[in-house]
Design a protein around this ligand. Structure first.
Ligand SMILES: *Cc1c(COP(=O)(O)O)cnc(C)c1O
Length: 339
């Protein structure tokens, strides 16, 4: 497992801090809760896509691309971070945004990540929810190639074996930090969506024989589907790394009880988790991913799933830029809370 063998652009702010959350730990009265600050990776407010894009964008450059194409939901953090990388590297960036929520809210559709996509000079175009976005990207690539562009397609969420290398790197980094301070990690918890983060982490954790179990809290798909997509990507990532077979199906665990009505639609416990982190720790989560991940973490602690004396690390995957697309949801939630 030697990441230096893979092309990479070094743009992330690494290592990200590993911090203890004392007030939240005390409030919940359970295990010691730590946070790995991958919301601080740099590139347009940071987030988990930065680590993936270091490898993905290096591949685009190696192939001689002058244009990158990617896709995501309207408030996609991946789209925003891809736009920032493209700006930094002098590439054109075209983003296809899928309307997964059907929201007509002006801020949801124009503020937050969408505002930043455009600030970075990317072009965006919308597609209806349920569109085959991978096929749409190919159609767009063919059109741009017809105009003489050299295109490179980055899958949604940057989740393929190349992007997952970024989270193999995170596993290496986290383990080194824990070893340096004699911190025994009993469990690692993270939000899981397009699967690259969880797949890269589990591949790294297993290849290093860390013994640290990983729990993904789902934000979209049902459990079986989520675990299968993480496992399939982990298999391919391990192969790419030269350590095939290090991940077994039983290593891949997702809890999808906190998704609610669907992707991008926060539940009351999502918003409460965001408020708790903001008010106890001064840390900003987001309504689509890290808020749901934290809601799962909090609920599992309250239910006694993690015990006093254990040390739990929550990987903060970022996403706070999306908060500005969700102000109406918070306004509604406050109203409910104050009546
Ligand atoms: C994309 C994203 C995730 C999910 O990561 P995947 O690798 O897609 O599973 C979690 N949190 C935030 C903030 C994200 O933008």
């Amino acid at each position: 497992m030697h990441l230096a063998r893979f092309p990479r652009v070094f743009l992330a702010h690494l290592p990200t801090p590993l911090e203890r959350m004392d007030r939240l730990t005390k409030e919940l009265g359970g295990p010691e809760i730590w946070i790995k600050r991958d919301d601080c990776t740099g590139m347009s407010t940071g987030g988990n896509k930065t680590r993936k894009l270091e490898f993905l964008m290096a591949e685009a450059l190696a192939e001689g691309a002058d244009t990158v194409i990617t896709q995501g939901a309207t408030q996609s953090n991946h789209a925003r971070q891809t736009a920032a990388f493209a700006a930094k590297l002098g590439l054109a960036c075209h983003i296809l945004l899928e309307d997964r929520t059907g929201s007509n809210d002006a801020n949801y559709n124009g503020n937050g990540n969408v505002l930043l996509d455009h600030l970075h000079g990317a072009t965006t175009s919308k597609r209806a929810g349920g569109t085959d976005m991978a096929a749409e990207m190919v159609t767009l690539a063919l059109r741009l190639q017809g105009e003489g562009r050299k295109t490179f397609i980055i899958p949604g969420g940057g989740s393929n074996p190349t992007g997952a290398l970024g989270y193999v790197n995170c596993a290496l980094e986290l383990l080194a930090q824990a070893n340096d301070r004699a911190l025994v990690i009993d469990h690692l918890v993270t939000a899981t969506g397009s699967a690259g983060t969880q797949a890269g982490l589990i591949t790294g954790l297993k290849a290093l024989n860390s013994g640290i179990p990983l729990l993904g809290i789902g934000v979209r798909a049902p459990r079986e589907k989520q675990e299968e997509s993480v496992f399939n990507l982990a298999l391919r990532t391990a192969e790419k790394l030269g350590c095939p077979g290090v991940v077994s199906r039983a290593d891949v665990i997702a809890n999808t009880d906190y998704v609610g009505a669907g992707y991008g639609i926060p539940r009351a416990d999502t918003l409460e988790a965001i408020q708790l982190f903001a008010q106890m720790e001064g840390i900003l989560l987001d309504p689509v991913y890290s808020g749901k991940g934290a809601a799962g973490l909090i609920d599992l602690i309250r239910k006694g799933h993690f015990k006093k004396g254990q040390r739990i690390v929550f990987l903060h995957t970022g996403g706070a830029a999306g908060l500005f697309g969700y102000d109406a949801v918070f306004a509604e939630h406050q109203k409910v809370m104050t009546v």
